[in-house]
Structure formats: structure tokens, C-alpha cells
Write a protein that binds this ligand. Sequence first.
Ligand SMILES: O=P([O-])([O-])O[C@@H]1[C@@H](O)[C@H](O)[C@@H](O)[C@H](O)[C@@H]1O
Ligand SMILES: [Mg+2]
Ligand SMILES: [Mg+2]
Length: 267
Amino acid sequence: KYNSLNIYRILISGKDPVQEVCELACIIKKALTEEKRVSTKTSAADLVTETDHLVEDLIISELRKKFPSHRFIAEESTAAGEKCVLTDSPTWIIDPIDGTCNFVHRFPTVAVSIGFAVNKELEFGVIYHCTEERLYTGRRGQGAFCNKQRLRVSKETDLSKALVLTEIGPKRDPDTLKLFFSNMEKLLHAKAHGVRVIGSSTLALCHLASGAADAYYQFGLHCWDLAAATVIIREAGGIVIDTSGEEMAMLIAQAIQTINYGRDDEK
Ligand SMILES: O=P([O-])([O-])O[C@@H]1[C@@H](O)[C@H](O)[C@@H](O)[C@H](O)[C@@H]1O
Ligand SMILES: [Mg+2]
Ligand SMILES: [Mg+2]
């Protein structure tokens, strides 16, 4: 049975996390190859399936049993109209399947992402790569790991030697697409070694934390995409900022133009 308490206890107690979340990931891995009921949310490219709802309900019901006073911010509950407001209360921030479009196409780059904040401070994050059985964890002040392997971000600060990750996002109107591609073009003109889109922001951010890429930028990321990954990147020695940031982030921020998606807590 999916046992969220162990994740909380293990990460809070500082013990190495075991792969408790793999049972949950097994639901996703099994469903990856099966027929799915797919619907759309904010655009034809913003997909959701019954497995997204099932996994989110499982996580929340387990956590609510153990922590009845805690609050939840979760992707599909928010899409169903729940307010997305972070308070000082202990709050779980959940993306049940990150990479749903990949999941629908059986493209094996899908993750479960669970972040945890208290007093609006991110305390820990867990991201599980469902098809490669990689458990990424980060706990504030205690480091970031992938299956017990310590994570460290790349030290590259030269954009012309950087591999940059981004995501397309759900907005596909002509003006947004024009901006998206012109941003990518600007980075390639700045001689970046490459720009990659893998369809899962949380796993892209985990690649960043492991030093397998040098920078990530995206407009339209949600708090549930970012919560767990932010702890993991910070604990791997990286920074997570908006585009008014530092060094490599500055170089990229100066090169690209903003695509406006609004904030989750303003909808
Ligand atoms: O919806 P989902 O699969 O959880 O999350 C996805 C993000 O990981 C990706 O970065 C973004 O480009 C997609 O539009 C979608 O939001
Ligand atoms: Mg999702
Ligand atoms: Mg997501």
C-alpha cells in the first residue's frame, strides 16, 4: 500500500529515503501501456487522464489520514477549482503525474512530484522517475540525492558552453509559439551547446540538479512543477529564481523575452 508517512518520517528524520513511492509509480508504469481516457484542460496540449486523478487522490487520502491538519495544493484539485493559496500551515504540493502528455503517448519520461512546505518555507521534495526507478530527494539543509547518490549542479557559467533545458508549456497560440522559438533561437545564437525539451519539467529540473544540464528556463511553470524540484536543486548547490536573477540566469534572462502566464494564486 502506498505509504506516504514513511517518506515524511524518513526525510524529516534524515534517514536515507527508501523507494517507498515505487508502489505509487507502479500504478503509473502499468497504466502507461494501457488505454487511457484523456481530456484537456487549458489547451489542446494540456492533457489529463484518469490516472492523474487516481494518483493525486491516493496521495492526498493517505496523507490526510496521517496529517489531518495539513493542507494540500495539487494540480488536478486546482484544475477542478480548488484555490491555490500557500499559507503558513504544513502544506503538501503535489503533481501526481508530471509529463502527462508523455504518459498519454507512452513516452517513458514521467514522474510523481511531492513537495512539502511549512511557514511558506520548502522543507523537502521527492520526485520519482516512474519508468527508470530513480528516486530524487532533497531536504532543506540535508542535501539532495538520487537513489542515495549525492547530487551536485554543474559549475558551468559560460552560456556558450551550456546545455539548456526548457519546456514548451500549454499556450500554443501563434504569438506565444513565435516567442518560444525566438527565445530558443537567441540562446543558440549565443552559442549554447544545445536546448532540450523532454516534456517533464520536474525531471528536467532533476537533470539540472545532477549536473547533466547547466540551466533551465520556462514561463508558465506551476507551483506543483517547482515545489519538490526547488528543494532538490537548492540542496544540489543550484539556484531557482525568476528571470530577474544571477549570472547564467542573468545571461539567459537578458537573451529571452517573457511569455506571460499569470500566477497560480491569482486565478
Ligand atoms: O501537466 P504536467 O504533465 O503535470 O506538467 C507539464 C510540465 O511538466 C511541462 O513543463 C509543461 O510544459 C507542460 O505544459 C505540463 O504543465
Ligand atoms: Mg501533472
Ligand atoms: Mg507538471
